[in-house]
Design a protein around this ligand. Structure first.
Ligand code: RIB
Ligand code: CA
Length: 305
């Protein structure tokens, strides 16, 4: 029984790595990929998603999404992901055309036509998700779970309070967290622990064609330290396949939508202020070694056609 997912992405180096895992793991069926403005503009995130699909010769549709957040001014992360969003590797240029429908239309059609509930995996800002739930609320009953990279119970990475995906579009994040759909919050609390170590990175380079491609783009990721490079978005796929390696805590999560803490995810960590109600399972710890081992094993198992 495969997990049927839709990935809503802003490739983005770590998005590209997450797409690689999702497109190639036999336990996952990617029904659709949608792009959104985030790390770079949506024309670039769309093209980057197509490059990954083409690199693996997968027959998965890509639909272009929102050009800017619902209300907040768009601010990219090109300083982290480079001007192209996915530097360092010469991908094939003969790309398949994106669907001639918007991400929201494609999400609606894919979700409503699926014979099984879909798991939504957003790894960029949640603008497309906010638009989808506003325009087509009926899709909510056809979504199994949202496994979203974003947020933090601790420090942010855009401000001391806010993580990039939520900071980019806090109003869309608020719509998502108020949707009533089960959510797994894959935030910086674990993605800044499960770093790809220098040792893992050097193994990738000589492993196979996929490892070489990932190595060549990951070494350009600005989210790095001596300990390793953060592969934030890949943690969503790791969670889907190995939830036993991640500790979660159910709690109510609110989104700050204005003021100096805009984009903060505020967790009711003691369950004291929402009558015991919760709206998310927040990832609070991860086996970082298991993540590195899994990352290498997944890539080693990929044989490109
Ligand atoms: O804060 C990390 C998130 O912002 C990741 O999704 C990364 O790709 C960027 O979009
Ligand atoms: Ca991303």
């Amino acid at each position: 029984m495969t997990i049927k997912i839709v990935m809503d992405t802003d490739p983005g180096i770590d998005d590209a790595a997450a797409l690689t895992m999702a497109l190639n793991d036999p336990q996952i069926e990617v029904k659709l990929i949608t792009s959104v403005a985030g790390n770079v503009t949506v024309d670039k995130t769309t093209k980057n998603a197509q490059k990954i699909v083409r690199f693996f010769n997968k027959d998965v549709p890509v639909a272009a999404g929102a050009k800017q957040p619902l209300i907040k001014e768009f601010e990219d992360a090109a300083r982290i992901h480079g001007e192209s969003g996915m530097p360092g590797y010469d991908f094939p240029e003969d790309l398949p055309k994106p669907l001639d429908k918007s991400a929201v239309e494609a999400l609606h059609d894919t979700i409503m036509s699926s014979d099984e509930k879909i798991t939504l995996v957003p790894t960029g800002s949640y603008t497309n998700i906010g638009l989808l739930f506003s325009e087509y609320p009926e899709v909510k009953d056809h979504i199994e779970r949202i496994v979203a990279m974003g947020g933090s119970l601790g420090k942010g990475n855009m401000t001391s309070a806010a993580e990039f995906n939520v900071f980019t579009d806090p109003d869309a994040a608020k719509i998502m967290y108020q949707s009533g759909i089960p959510i797994t919050m894959v935030g910086l609390d674990i993605t800044m622990k499960a770093l790809i170590t220098p040792a893992s990175l050097s193994k990738l380079e000589t492993m196979n064609e996929t490892g070489k491609m990932l190595h060549d783009i990951i070494i350009h990721d600005g989210d790095n330290s001596d300990e390793g490079i953060a592969m934030h978005d890949v943690n969503t796929i790791f969670y889907l396949l190995h939830p036993e390696a991640i500790k979660t805590q159910p709690m109510w999560v609110d989104i700050v939508t204005d003021g100096p803490a805009i984009g903060e995810t505020v967790g009711d960590i003691r369950g004291a202020y929402h009558d015991g109600k919760t709206n998310a399972d927040v990832c609070v710890d991860i086996d970082a070694q298991a993540f590195n081992d899994w990352f290498l094993d997944e890539v080693a198992a990929i044989t490109k056609p």
